[in-house]
Design a protein around this ligand. Structure first.
Ligand code: SAH
Length: 352
């Protein structure tokens, strides 16, 4: 079987039922359960013999084994355990318009950004589409939908552990199932994919997923500076990255979002704002500024909110749309990779 159960669409399930000698209508029943993250054991309208057959197949599950809730806001951080025991994390943030779930696309990451906790121990493996879907359905099962709303998770950002465009096929499959009416049924406009800037994949993404919001981690206005914190900048220069971003914006008619983590003494001076404005002139874009979340393992610190606001104001004066992202869950290791690392370290201390 090429794909795990949780990532299958109706056609694939029909084929599977054929192979298992089951009537085709079982495909639809199975899919309805899968869209709610229910494992074969719980698919109560299927005969026990079929449930047993399905239970013997790889599922692609993600089970919440720990949830930390912020005292400052309503942010919840989940630790998910995958079926092979690997751990990834997700963050559920509440906003006035609904809830955004930040999901992981890989166990670890191989992109090596200097400020990021996810990449400290490299990449362990890619997540399957089924596992990414399970991150969403597990969060929905864990947190009941607010009154008057059909579902808990209204928006998804692929900004957890991993580089989604380094796990391209599974990411696309996930996006198709997440937006399908017989899948999670989430509007593509409410889903964002964030990349550190794998240029050829930005072009394919523009073709393959034009309705999904594209975010690009920029974090520096010049190649020289970017190479200091992001190894990907050695593979693709800004003279390649910015045209790729512009291509996405031109073809889709949608703004591209640039993420820019403000690091004290590195990329957060007025001169950097001027360079950034020059770099982005003529690109239909928005800059999301984030004071760097200091990561214990790294010797980089974030700027104050005041400095971030001044940087945003300067960009605005230079006609570049910019906002400072609300910091959520700072008391629960909100930044990606932090909780997983802590969990693994504690397991090591306990000799697990
Ligand atoms: N690999 C993808 C998505 C995962 S990270 C990417 O690089 O875009 C999501 C965002 O968080 C990225 O913009 C990443 O650069 C940023 N990030 C990582 N560590 C951070 C930290 N310590 N503080 C603030 N932002 C951070």
């Amino acid at each position: 079987m090429e794909h795990d159960l949780a990532s299958m669409d109706i056609e694939e399930l029909r084929l599977l039922m054929g192979e298992l000698g089951e009537p085709a209508f079982r495909a639809k029943q199975t899919l309805e359960w899968l869209s709610r993250g229910v494992r074969p054991e719980g698919m109560t309208n299927l005969p026990a013999s079929l449930r047993a057959k399905l239970a013997g197949l790889p599922f692609g599950g993600a089970r919440i084994i720990e949830c930390k809730r912020s005292h400052r806001d309503d942010t919840r951080k989940f630790l998910y355990e995958l079926d092979d025991g690997n751990i990834v994390e997700g963050v559920l943030m509440s906003y006035s318009y609904g809830n955004t779930l930040c999901i992981s696309s890989q166990v670890g990451c191989r992109m090596g950004c200097a400020f990021c906790a996810s990449t400290l121990n490299g990449k362990v493996r890619d997540l399957t589409a089924g596992e990414m879907l399970s991150e969403v359905t597990a969060a929905e099962a864990f947190v009941p939908a607010p009154e008057g709303r059909k579902r808990t998770v209204t928006n998804i950002v692929m900004m957890g552990c991993g580089e989604p465009l380094d796990n391209y096929d599974n990411t696309l499959r996930f996006l198709r199932r997440a937006t399908a009416a017989d899948g999670l049924g989430i509007s593509p406009r409410n889903i964002s994919v964030s990349t550190c800037g794998i240029v050829p994949r930005i072009y394919s993404f523009t073709e393959d997923a034009p309705h999904i919001t594209l975010c690009i981690s920029l974090h520096a206005p010049t190649d020289e500076l970017r190479r200091k914190t992001m190894p990907i900048a050695n593979a693709y220069s800004l003279s390649e990255l910015i045209p790729a971003a512009k291509h996405y914006a031109d073809v889709t008619g949608r703004r591209v979002i640039f993420e820019y983590a403000l690091i004290e003494g590195v990329n957060s001076d007025d001169e950097h704002a001027h360079e950034l404005a020059r770099l982005l002139r003529g690109v239909n874009c928005h800059v999301n500024l984030i004071p760097l979340n200091s990561v214990k393992e790294r010797r980089l610190t974030g700027v104050t909110r005041k400095r971030a606001a001044a940087f945003a104001a300067l960009l605005e004066r230079l006609h570049i749309s910019a906002t400072v992202r609300r910091e959520l869950g700072t008391d629960i290791d909100g930044a990606c990779g932090q909780l997983r690392n802590k969990h693994i370290a504690t397991q090591k201390e306990e000799g697990v």
